[in-house]
Structure formats: structure tokens, C-alpha cells
Design a protein. Structure first.
Length: 279
């Protein structure tokens, strides 16, 4: 199995602000804007609300509920109306797609999605970021791959037709990773914040991660992709410290060279899967 730390949601150039951690602890990853997206922020439900107010308030109305977005990864069954048979999925194109193909990502591999998050509060009916709250990279969802589809897509199922990578002809094509039908907890979101989901080291910039001790590449046959420079890694009593790269979406770890990785990831999903996307 390979584990992919996959960077998704708002960033400085797309969205311009962090995704929110709500006062009740829910993590809400905000999809990036996309002029070609089939969905609008107001279409996507979060309980009794939509994403519209979050993007309007937190972007200071740079984005509107009517703005279209790139709704990917698509992990929550109740986010939008579904066609029978729907399964969670995630698409990728361009250099990131090529990177995943080079690592032969497919059935049995695990995506762990992370993004830029910050705590918010609601004041006079509007959301705002909590003054002094840290900016952190936090894991917000997962997907165990059951199938990988490659463009051009031939007769895709009806439940997949509203996915952005099936609608749009992205440069150099697309790969779509569909959640396994064999696992009861194949994909979903970590709706409730937990310290076990935080990648960023306490008190550090969000790109500085504190990872388990076994993730240090010293003496290993491979390293977390994009992070081959030894100067990025440091060990301490606390664990393994990593200065992550500013660019790159998909960071791949080969569990064949890190035997602790599979049990760690599976347990992390098991303990935090409060909203599995199941049939």
C-alpha cells in the first residue's frame, strides 16, 4: 500500500484564506474556485447550512454563494443530491496526475487529504477567524482506492457524471480514483477536530510538520515524495520534524519501506471516521 498526503482546499492563491474549524469542532474543507465547475458553493450542504455563508464571510465577499467551484475530492454522500450507486471519488490532472502515475497509485492505496485550517467563531450572524488562532495543516478526509479511471472516459456510470474531471477536458487528461466498494469505511471526512489529525508542529509555521518517529527517511529505501532533501528532516524526542515544500499536491509514502505506516494510517482512519461515506 502507498499512502498519499494530498493537499486540497483553499490556499493563498485559490480562495485566499484558510478553511474553517467550526465552534463545534467540525472541519469544513472549502473547495477552490473553478470557472468551469458544475457546482456552486450554495449547492453544497453542511447539515442545515450550505457552503455559501462560509465562503462569503471568510473571503470577505471575494467569493459568493453563486460562485462555481472545483468540488473535488467528493467525499460526503449528503453534500449534494446523488444518483443511486454513488461512490466517493477524487480526480487529478496535470503534473500531479503524472506524479501519481509514476508511483503507480491505484487499487488498495490510501489518500489522506489535508488542508489549511483555522478556527472560526460566529459573531452577529457572521463567521470570522478567531483572533490569534493558529494556521495549521490538518487532515480532513480519506479515500481507499478501489478503482482508477483514465481519460478519455468510456461510458462512466450515471452517478459519476457531475464530477469535474468527467465534465471538463483538463490539459493532458485526468485520472479519477474511486473509493473501494469492498471496505465499509472506504472514504469520508473527519468531521470533528482531533489533535491526532494535526500535521503542523505546535507553535510553528503551518508548513513545519511534526510526524511519527518512524517517518524519518534515514536508512530507508525511499522518502516521502518531493521531500528528498535531507536538510528538510530532523529528529527529536518529540518525533520527526519536516519542513514541507511550498508547492506540490501529492506526497507519496511507500509503506513497503515504512512498515509502521499502514497500521498507523488505518488506525487513524478508524478512530476519526465520524462520517464514513457508505452505501
Amino acid at each position: 500500500m502507498k499512502i498519499i498526503f494530498s493537499r486540497k482546499g483553499f490556499d493563498l492563491t485559490a480562495g485566499g484564506c484558510p478553511s474553517p474549524i467550526l465552534p463545534d469542532g467540525r472541519l469544513v474543507s472549502l473547495p477552490i474556485p473553478d470557472d468551469c465547475g458544475p457546482w456552486r458553493y450554495r449547492d453544497v450542504r453542511l447539515g442545515s447550512e450550505s457552503l455559501a455563508q462560509f465562503v462569503e464571510d471568510l473571503s470577505q465577499k471575494q467569493l459568493r454563494g453563486a460562485s462555481t467551484m472545483h468540488f473535488d475530492p467528493d467525499l460526503r454522500r449528503d453534500a449534494v443530491p446523488r444518483v443511486r450507486g454513488w461512490r466517493p471519488m477524487f480526480g487529478q490532472g496535470g503534473k500531479a496526475r503524472t506524479h501519481l502515475a509514476g508511483h503507480k497509485i491505484g487499487e488498495g492505496d490510501l489518500f489522506l487529504f489535508f488542508g489549511w485550517f483555522r478556527e472560526v467563531e460566529k459573531e452577529r450572524g457572521r463567521y470570522r477567524f478567531v483572533r490569534g488562532a493558529p494556521h495549521r495543516h490538518i487532515l480532513f478526509g480519506w479515500l481507499y482506492v478501489g478503482e482508477r479511471w483514465e481519460s478519455p472516459f468510456v461510458d462512466p456510470p450515471a452517478w459519476a457524471l457531475d464530477h469535474p474531471h468527467l465534465i471538463n477536458d483538463y490539459e493532458n487528461g485526468s485520472s479519477v480514483f474511486v473509493a473501494s466498494a469492498k471496505r465499509p469505511f472506504a472514504a469520508g471526512v473527519f468531521q470533528e477536530f482531533s489533535e491526532s489529525l494535526v500535521l503542523t508542529e505546535s507553535g510553528a509555521p503551518r508548513s513545519s510538520w511534526l510526524l511519527p518517529r518512524w517517518m524519518h527517511p534515514r536508512g530507508k529505501k525511499s522518502f516521502l515524495s518531493y521531500h528528498g532533501e535531507r536538510s528538510r528532516w530532523r529528529s527529536s524526542r518529540m518525533g520527526t520534524h519536516l519542513r514541507t515544500v511550498g508547492r506540490g499536491q501529492e506526497f507519496v509514502l511507500n509503506t513497503a519501506h515504512y512498515p509502521e505506516a499502514g497500521p498507523w494510517a488505518n488506525e487513524l482512519v478508524r478512530r476519526n471516521s465520524g462520517d464514513p461515506a457508505r452505501e
